[in-house]
Design a protein around this ligand. Structure first.
Ligand SMILES: [Zn+2]
Length: 431
C-alpha cells in the first residue's frame, strides 16, 4: 500500500512509531516530548486545547478535554502511553523506528504497545469532531510518559499533581484488551477488566568470602542458586478470581471443554494462552542474577531479581509463601510494589463496549480477562477511576498478537486499525 493511501489512523500510528520514544527505565528515556508535541498539535487542529505537564524535563504528558453532549454524565478517560520499550534493531526484520508498511501491516516498536491505540483514540475523536458532532459524554484524552517503567515519572506524577485533568471522570479505557483471539474455527474478543498486582523482589544470600580453591560449604552463590531454582520451578496453584472464573466458564462453553480445568480451557486460545494462563495463578519468574567479581574468589553475597505477579489482594500471602520456599538463609527484599485491579465485567460501559464490538463484528463473543502485566490504569485507580483494557482490534488468527508485546517484529494489520477506530468512534458516540 503506497503511503499516500494509508488511512489516517495508520498514518498517525506510523508517525508516532517514527518518534523513537525508547524508555530504558530508571529515568533514561528519549523522544516523549516530541511525540507529545505531535499529539498536542493534532489535538489543536481538532479545535481542542491541549495541556502539557512535564513533571521531569522531557517526560512530557499531554491532555485535552472534549466536551460531550450530555454534561450530566461522568467523563470517560481515554488514555495511552507514548513511550516504548527498547528495540534491538539487529533482531528485527525491519527498522523498528521506520514505520514500515509491508504485507498489509504497519511494523515498528509500538505498533502493538501502544501507538496503535494512541492513533485509534486520536482518529476516532477526529471522526466525531470533524463531522460537527460531539461525543455522548465529556472525554479526557490523556497521553502519558514513562508507562514502560511503571509510570513513576509519568501517570503517577500526573495523578498526584494534575488531578484536575480527570475531574468528573469515573471510568477509563486503554490498552491490552479488546483484541480478538482465535478459538478453533471462530474467534472471540478479550475485554480486560483487571490487572495482577506486581511485587518485584530481590533475594539476597550471604556466605563467607574465600579462595575459589577452598573446601568451603558457606557459599552465597550456591545458596542463592538453590533458592532461585526452587522459586523459579514452583508450580503455583490455580486460583480463580471473579474475572478468571467467568473467563474460564465462557471459554469452556465456546470450545466445548470442561470448565474444571482452567489451564486446559485457556489453552484453547492458541497463541494467547500463555497470556491467559499467567492470570490463573501467581507467577515468580527469576529475571536477574548478580554475584561474584573474580573467577577464583567465592563472594560473600549473591543477589537475584524475581518478578512476582500475584492476584489482587494476595500479596501478603504470596510473600509469606515465597519466604517459606527460599528458606531462612535467604533474605527477601521488596524492591517495588504496585496494586492489582479488578472491576466487574458488568455495567453500562461494559455493555456499551460489547455492543459496539457487536455492531462491527456481529456474533463474536466477548470474554472478560485479567491481565498479567500492568498499565496506567493502576495510577488512575487512585482517583477512583475504574479502568478497562479496550483497544479493539480484529486480528487474523495466525498472528501471535500477545507475543508481540515487548517482542520483536511488532506489527499490526492496517485493517485492524481502521476496525478499531470504527468501534471506538461508535462507542464514543453512544456511551
Ligand atoms: Zn503498553
Amino acid at each position: 500500500m503506497p503511503e499516500a493511501e494509508l488511512p489516517e489512523v495508520a498514518a498517525l500510528a506510523q508517525d508516532l512509531i517514527r518518534f523513537d520514544t525508547t524508555n530504558h527505565g530508571g529515568g533514561r528515556a528519549a523522544g516523549e516530548r516530541e511525540a507529545a508535541e505531535y499529539v498536542g498539535a493534532y489535538l489543536e487542529r481538532l479545535g481542542l486545547r491541549p495541556q502539557f505537564y512535564e513533571p521531569i524535563p522531557r517526560r512530557t504528558n499531554v491532555m485535552a478535554r472534549v466536551p460531550g453532549r450530555d454534561g450530566s454524565k461522568p467523563a470517560l478517560v481515554l488514555h495511552g502511553h507514548l513511550d516504548v520499550v527498547p528495540a534491538i534493531a539487529e533482531d528485527w526484520s525491519v527498522d523498528p523506528f521506520a514505520g514500515v508498511v509491508k504485507d498489509g501491516m504497519l511494523w515498528g516498536r509500538g505498533a502493538v504497545d501502544m501507538k496503535d491505540m494512541d492513533a485509534m483514540i486520536l482518529a476516532s475523536v477526529a471522526d466525531i469532531l470533524r463531522a460537527g458532532d460531539q461525543p455522548e459524554r465529556d472525554l479526557v484524552l490523556a497521553f502519558f510518559a514513562d508507562e514502560e517503567n511503571g509510570g513513576v515519572e509519568g501517570s503517577a506524577l500526573v495523578v498526584e499533581n494534575r488531578p484536575e485533568w480527570f475531574e468528573g471522570a469515573t471510568e477509563a479505557i486503554s490498552e491490552v484488551g479488546g483484541y480478538s483471539i482465535p478459538l478453533g474455527e471462530r474467534h472471540a474478543y478479550l475485554l480486560q477488566v483487571g490487572e495482577k498486582a506486581l511485587v518485584w523482589i530481590r533475594l539476597v544470600a550471604r556466605g563467607r568470602a574465600a579462595h575459589g580453591s577452598s573446601f568451603h560449604a558457606d557459599n552465597a552463590v550456591t545458596r542463592l542458586a538453590e533458592a532461585v531454582a526452587a522459586l523459579g520451578r514452583t508450580a503455583w496453584p490455580v486460583t480463580l478470581t471473579e474475572t478468571t472464573r467467568e473467563m474460564t466458564q465462557r471459554l469452556a462453553e465456546l470450545t466445548g471443554r470442561s470448565p474444571h480445568d482452567a489451564d486446559a480451557v485457556a489453552q484453547a486460545a492458541g497463541a494467547a494462552s500463555g497470556f491467559l494462563r499467567s492470570t490463573l495463578r501467581t507467577t515468580t519468574n527469576p529475571t536477574g542474577l548478580v554475584a561474584g567479581y573474580k573467577h577464583n574468589v567465592i563472594p560473600d553475597r549473591a543477589e537475584a531479581l524475581i518478578d512476582v505477579r500475584v492476584l489482587p489482594g494476595t500479596e501478603q500471602a504470596a510473600l509469606a509463601e515465597i519466604a517459606r520456599i527460599v528458606g531462612d538463609d535467604v533474605e527477601v527484599q521488596v524492591v517495588h510494589q504496585d496494586i492489582g485491579l479488578e472491576v466487574p465485567f458488568a455495567g453500562d460501559l461494559v455493555d456499551a463496549m460489547v455492543a459496539a464490538l457487536g455492531r462491527h463484528d456481529p456474533d463474536a463473543p466477548v470474554v472478560p480477562y485479567l491481565m498479567g502485566g500492568g498499565t496506567d490504569n493502576k495510577a488512575l485507580a487512585a482517583l477512583g477511576i475504574a479502568g478497562y483494557g479496550f483497544a479493539p482490534l480484529r486480528l487474523p488468527s495466525e498472528l501471535d498478537f500477545t507475543g508481540m508485546f515487548h517482542g520483536v517484529d511488532e506489527r499490526v494489520p492496517i485493517d485492524a486499525l481502521t476496525f478499531g477506530q470504527a468501534v471506538l468512534t461508535d462507542l464514543l458516540r453512544t456511551y
